[in-house]
Design a protein. Structure first.
Lengths: 385, 84
């Protein structure tokens, strides 16, 4: 009993040391930011070259971290962004490929096979040799856009996630092949309870007799979403890209579910949509609603996952921005805010861990419910009397 | 000047942002009321029949996810107003 208490006090104090260390590190960075900006403004007064003093814009920083990008930005060094330039691949009457470092973060015009391209707020546009971007009404860009097939940050993180998933599951499969029916060891014992949970609590009750047909799809969806959500929470290099918060990715996932539901729908499913079991006078009201439901259910699946994950990232980034916003006003405020901010961010990150699992679970559960309702056998209501 | 006049003056540059902010706040209230009701019903049912806790918990999560889906639709709309 005595040594347990000592151990826990040690853990608490070492956690406090960690929190203080992070708070110190962040507020020192905030301190150095404000020093550099004030130094610049002094120089601007003396020199003829007038520079605009750029403060910290939290909105831009948050959006940059949440959106896709053509290079993987790691950190800023002396005001210059340091990152990994990713390959650009565009199709414009022929394939053009070059490194995204040629765009120089939107400042330079790139020439490729006689065409000129420029990066403007994250999108590639075809321009003249000057790099002119014509902006029309309501800030819409009028330039032509080539078909952009580049390896962007999200595409690269999708490849990395696929490699991680392949490593995990090939290891587990090899473990089953080597060990046969004896007790699982290692990674198997981590993955097996999750697979059994999805099979017995989610897929079997929803789909019923023929659940094995859809089990690979639903397991893949669950692990894909779960592992990508978790990877989005780790801020260190190969992880930390907001993949499941990209609406294109979630749209593809829900399209897959929609296609599976539509093509495995049996006669009773379509009968319930086009000739529901109500008095025919109500058909004119109910059939449009049912048709809308067919399209709306996958659409809401897509929106739910996208909004949950993106909102979580925005909240965490917002808490971090508080440190820099206060750090610009005064160093002491930066220090003080950083302790509170890191504490809040830790709490939100734990909540985000829960959300990562929950959103994967809910997506899989609703997908299996939709598939179940599409493939279930017909139950006559009269039989239940 | 009345409070309404002062408020409208401060947002006169871009009143759509006021609408988006009010919309986001209202959808947070809606989420709270909806999921709170679901939780209340679930807790009462668990209190009445503790052996069906597992079933009740699973259904509560499904219902909460569906309600949150509607709320997130409103939130995404407000985000679209603010940033697009």
């Amino acid at each position: 009993m005595q040594e347990n208490r000592g151990f826990s006090i040690f853990k608490i104090s070492s956690n406090l040391v960690f929190i203080c260390f992070f708070a110190l590190a962040f507020s020192l960075k905030a301190n150095s930011n404000s020093e550099i900006s004030s130094h610049d403004s002094e120089n601007a007064v003396h020199s003829k070259h007038i520079e605009k003093k750029e403060g910290f814009k939290p909105g831009d920083m948050i959006l940059d971290h949440v959106k896709d990008a053509h290079d993987w930005h790691l950190w800023d060094y002396n005001g210059h962004p340091v990152g990994i330039p990713l390959p650009i691949l565009i199709y414009d009457n022929g394939f053009h490929s070059f490194s995204s470092s040629k765009f120089e973060h939107g400042h330079a015009v790139v020439e490729s096979k006689g065409n000129f391209y420029k990066l403007h707020s994250g999108k590639i546009y075809k321009t003249d040799s000057e790099g002119g971007i014509q902006i029309g009404k309501k800030k819409a860009v009028l330039n032509e856009k080539p078909i952009d097939l580049s390896i962007t940050k999200n595409v690269l993180s999708l490849f990395i996630a696929s490699i991680v998933i392949l490593i995990i599951f090939l290891t587990v499969a090899k473990g089953y092949k080597n060990r046969g029916k004896s007790a699982p060891k290692g990674l198997q014992s981590l993955i097996e309870p999750i697979i059994i949970f999805i099979r017995d609590e989610v897929v079997k009750p929803s789909i019923g007799k023929h659940y094995e047909r859809f089990l690979p799809l639903l397991l893949s969806i669950f692990f894909f979403i779960f592992i990508n959500n978790l990877m989005g929470l780790i801020p260190i290099f190969p992880f930390g890209a907001n993949l499941t918060g990209n609406i294109a990715v979630t749209m593809v996932l829900s399209l897959v579910v929609f296609v599976v539901v539509t093509f495995s729908g049996n006669k009773h499913y379509w009968k319930h949509i086009f000739m529901p079991d109500v008095p025919p006078a109500l058909w004119i009201l109910l059939i449009p609603i049912e048709l809308l439901g067919v399209v709306l259910k996958p659409f809401v699946l897509m929106l739910r996952l996208f909004a949950n994950i993106t909102a979580g990232h925005i909240i965490i980034l917002g808490f971090f921005s508080l440190i820099f916003i206060f750090g610009e006003k005064s160093v002491v405020a930066g220090f003080g805010t950083s302790i509170l901010s890191v504490a809040f961010t830790l709490f939100m990150s734990v909540l985000e861990l829960l959300v990562a699992f929950l959103q994967a679970y809910v997506f899989t559960l609703l997908a299996s419910l939709y598939i179940g309702s599409a493939t279930e056998e017909h139950h006559h209501a009269e039989e239940h009397h | 000047m009345s409070i309404l006049e002062i408020l409208l003056q401060t947002v006169s540059a871009d009143p759509s942002k006021l609408g988006a902010a009010i919309g986001a706040g209202l959808s947070a209230i809606a989420a709270g009321i909806g999921i709170g009701n679901i939780g209340k019903a679930a807790l009462e049912s668990i209190a009445r029949q503790p052996e069906s806790t597992g079933d009740i918990r699973a259904n509560m999560i499904i219902a909460a996810a569906l309600v949150e889906g509607a709320v997130f639709f409103a939130i995404v709309l407000c985000l679209l107003i603010l940033f697009v």
